[in-house]
Every structure is written in C-alpha cells, then in structure tokens.
Design a protein around this ligand. Structure first.
Ligand code: MN
Length: 254
C-alpha cells in the first residue's frame, strides 16, 4: 500500500538517460502503487499535443501501460508543460487535476500544487504567469505553426534561464505566508509540491497545529520520489543508474 509522487523530471530529447530512468520507474517501481501523482514539469517544455516529438509517444506509452496495470495516474501542470492538453492526457491514461487540488491521502486532507504560484516574491515570474494563464492567448498560440511555437518556447526558456541567474535564492523559493494562506484556504495541514527543486520535508506550526510541507526534487542527477503510506511520508532519492541499468555507464559521468 503506497501512493507515489514525482515532479520536475524536465524530460527533453537531450537527456535520454532521464527518459530511460522515468520509463524504468514506471515499469518497475510504480506498478505496485495505489496511485501515482505527477506534480508538473514532467516535460522541459510543451508546445501542444500535436507536437510529433517521438519522446512524447514513448512517455505516453509508458504511462498508458502503467494505467493498464491498474494504477490511476493524476497530473498537475507545471510552468513548463502548462499547455499539456486533454489529448495527451487521454493517450497516457492520466487524469488532469487543477492547481491546487485537495486529495484524500489515507484519510488525511492533503493539498497538491506544482508550487510556482507560491513563489510570490518573484514578481517578474508572477506577471509572466498571469499572461500564460490567459485562455485566449493559449488558444492563439496553439493555432500557430509548430515551428513558430517551438521558436517562441526556446526564446522564453532562454530568457527565463538568463533572468533566474540574477535572482536570489529567497525570491525563487516559496513564500511561507503564501503557503500558510493556501493551506488555511483549503483546510489542509499538509502540502506537497515541486518546482523549486529543493527536496525536503518541512515541519512547522500553522495556527497552533502541526503542519508539513513536502518538496519533491528534480531528476537531473537522481530520481526523487515521495512514497506515502498511511501515516508516513518518505522522500526517496534513487540514482539514475539504478533506475536505469542499461544507461548505467552514461550516468556514471553525471
Ligand atoms: Mn516548475
């Protein structure tokens, strides 16, 4: 009996080792789970479900196989793959959830989010987020030719990487007040999120009661998986090479 959470894999064609590690995780580790939650930024970027990138097909097949083995899969969008649509979700056997969403985790109300909406000190990013959330703009973007969409996505990625170098660690982390407010709003004492790539379990007090914030890690150097059982949450690191014996040689150099 376990529920698994992953996020921030940032899959892209340049990192076949991470793709292989995730596929291996889906084939070997996830089939025993009650449910798998993917909390955003599964892909480094997403320009539409009609992108013929073979990586997307391989990943959709791996998720669909897990779903066929009886494991429900839920997905919350990240700030990189916020355009991932119903078509891809259906093909992958994933159910899309809103950000944030409350789930029942073995009798406990738990709040799930990608986490970017909690980085409220990063005003530049929050402004961009409001723009990318505009429905009409998304509609327009998805109707551009694929080559144009790819060019725009690459430009935005480059710009964000350049800007992030100049931002302080505090600005790029979640704001404690925003975490408290969101937990209160949804009547929860536990939050699970990704986005900041700072895997940790933070215990704190909220209105005199014990509260917990669990941050999932990325998959750049190792796999990061949160394994939850009734009354227990364990954040596990798994080396990419043990997840992926076939790619062990390559991963040794990471
Ligand atoms: Mn993110």
């Amino acid at each position: 009996m376990s529920t698994l959470f992953i996020s921030d894999i940032h899959l892209c064609s340049d990192r076949p080792d991470m793709t292989a590690a995730l596929v291996r995780f889906l084939e070997r580790d996830a089939p025993g789970a009650d449910t798998l939650y993917v909390l955003g930024d599964l892909f480094e970027f997403w320009i539409g479900d009609d992108d013929p990138n073979p990586l997307h097909h391989a990943i959709a097949d791996a998720f669909a196989a897990l779903r066929q083995r009886g494991v429900p899969i839920y997905f919350i969008h990240g700030n990189r793959d916020f355009l991932l649509g119903r078509q891809f979700a259906k093909r992958s056997g994933m159910t899309l959830l809103a950000d944030p969403s409350v789930i029942d985790l073995y009798g406990e109300r738990v709040l799930l989010s990608h986490g970017d909406l909690l980085c409220t000190l990063d005003l530049g990013y929050q402004k961009l987020r409001r723009i990318t959330q505009l429905k009409w703009l998304r509609w327009l973007f998805l109707r551009l030719p694929l080559t144009h969409r790819l060019a725009i996505a690459c430009k935005m990625r480059g710009q964000s990487q350049m800007e992030n170098v100049q931002k302080s660690q505090t600005i790029m982390d979640v704001t404690p007040a925003a975490v408290d407010a969101l937990l209160r709003q949804h009547g929860c004492r536990m939050l699970i999120h990704g986005h900041t790539h700072r895997p940790a379990i933070h215990d704190f007090t909220l209105d005199g009661q014990a509260a917990r914030r669990i941050v999932l890690g990325d998959w750049f150097e190792q796999g990061s998986v949160l394994v939850c059982r009734p009354g227990e949450q364990r954040l596990e690191q798994r080396s990419l090479s043990s997840l992926n014996p076939a790619g062990a040689h390559e991963s040794d150099n990471l």
